[in-house]
Design a protein around this ligand. Structure first.
Ligand SMILES: Cc1ncc(COP(=O)(O)O)c(C=O)c1O
Length: 379
């Protein structure tokens, strides 16, 4: 099946009890059993729910994997992956990644004896240097949030296999339409489904996709034991979002390209971070492992003052000032005070995340209207 057919058909079997073409929202906490232990495959909704099952099948299909698991948020999905580990295990992670992932690693899991080592993963030699006998997991984000750094997934997969460590890739920014890390050798793909998969800024959810049956069993055990499962209504919304992911992503990419080039040509704009520029350090790798460059862009202004950046962020009319990304509507964000506030300032600056950096989640409105909105705000 080609991608458009696949996204529409993924997980979409008519409901066996009624023939309903759309998976019903099975709003139930439990299921009646005929006799103790005799049931229809569903016992209690933390462990199984038909709407969630349809979504989990869809997640596997769209990531070209075998098994999907849905969680109550993206960080809950990340949390489940780290719970595969034991005290003393080491994780190598990208130094520039979503602030909430960094917070989970440093503020929650470090105290349980898991060691996190951060490095610039865009140079795979840096990853290699940190491998020890205790390395159990490599955590990548590519493109990264918010600096759009690109890491060669296949090259890191070679290293993780040699080290007998798992490779998990946060694929939130690219979405399965643009990038499929399992095909490049990753063991687990993670998504904040809140973003492009849901696509309409109306749900918080996370996902994991994998090929290995044992790994699926371990992660399913964590999912049902720790209980961070999404409700059926939220699963329905993400299932619906997936059906138009390909169309939305095509428009996100077109608008993203238009705005990235427009920003770069604007005399008031300094740096523009977007992996589709031929001189972006990750361009060759992005072209190799992605089908397009997406609608996420970050930039700084020549007048780098926070006051000036704040003025721009408060002046846009179509770009709404808000956290999150990946919805049909355009958003503008200040990573230093919003999405990445949980990273200490010195860490942020060291990794190139300036106080005045502005991040755009370019939506699927008319591209010319979006350019005009930015033109009015930047002045
Ligand atoms: C790249 C990335 N990963 C993970 C997350 C966490 O997902 P959630 O907010 O759904 O818990 C986010 C949220 O912004 C994100 O941008």
């Amino acid at each position: 099946m080609k991608i458009a057919t696949k996204f529409i058909r993924a997980g979409a079997e008519p409901d066996p009890s009624t023939g309903a073409i759309m998976t019903p929202i099975y709003q139930t906490s439990t299921y009646v059993q005929e006799a103790p232990g005799k049931n229809k495959g569903f016992e209690y909704a933390r462990s199984q729910n038909p709407t969630r099952k349809a979504l989990e099948e869809a997640l596997a299909v769209i990531e070209n994997g075998k098994y999907g698991l849905a969680f109550s948020s993206g960080v809950a999905a990340t949390d489940a992956v780290i719970k595969l580990l034991q005290p003393g295990d080491e994780v190598i992670a990208a130094s520039d990644m979503y602030g909430g992932t960094y917070r989970l690693f440093t503020k929650i899991f470090e105290k349980f004896g898991i060691k996190f080592l951060y490095t610039d993963t865009t140079n795979v030699e840096n990853v290699k240097k940190l491998i020890t006998a205790n390395t159990k997991l490599i955590w990548l984000e590519t493109p990264t949030n918010p600096l759009m750094n690109i890491t060669d997934i296949a090259a890191v997969a070679t290293i993780s296999k040699e080290a007998n460590a798992l490779l998990c890739v946060d694929n939130t920014f690219a979405s399965p339409y643009l990038q499929n890390p399992l095909e490049l050798g990753a063991d687990i793909v993670m998504h904040s489904s809140t973003k492009y998969l849901g696509g309409h800024s109306d749900v918080i959810q996370g996902a994991l996709v994998m090929n290995d049956a044992d790994l699926r069993e371990k992660l399913y055990f964590i999912q049902k034991s720790c209980g961070a499962v999404p409700g059926p209504m939220d699963c329905f919304l993400v299932l619906r979002g997936i059906k138009t992911l390909h169309l939305r992503m095509q428009q996100h990419c077109l608008n993203g390209e238009k705005i990235a080039h427009w920003l770069r040509a604007n005399p008031k704009v300094d740096k523009v971070y977007w992996p589709g520029f031929e001189d972006h350090p990750g361009f060759a790798v992005a072209r190799k492992q992605m089908r397009g460059f997406g609608g996420m862009i970050s930039f700084t202004l020549k007048d780098e003052s926070i006051a000036n950046a704040t003025k721009v962020m408060s002046s846009t009319k179509l770009f709404s000032l808000a956290e999150s990304l990946g919805g049909v509507e355009s958003l503008i964000n200040h990573p230093a005070s919003m999405t990445h506030a949980s990273i200490p300032r010195e860490e942020r600056i060291k990794n190139g995340l300036a106080d005045s950096l502005i991040r755009l989640s370019v939506g699927i409105e008319d591209g010319d209207d979006l350019v005009e909105d930015l033109a009015n705000a930047i002045g």
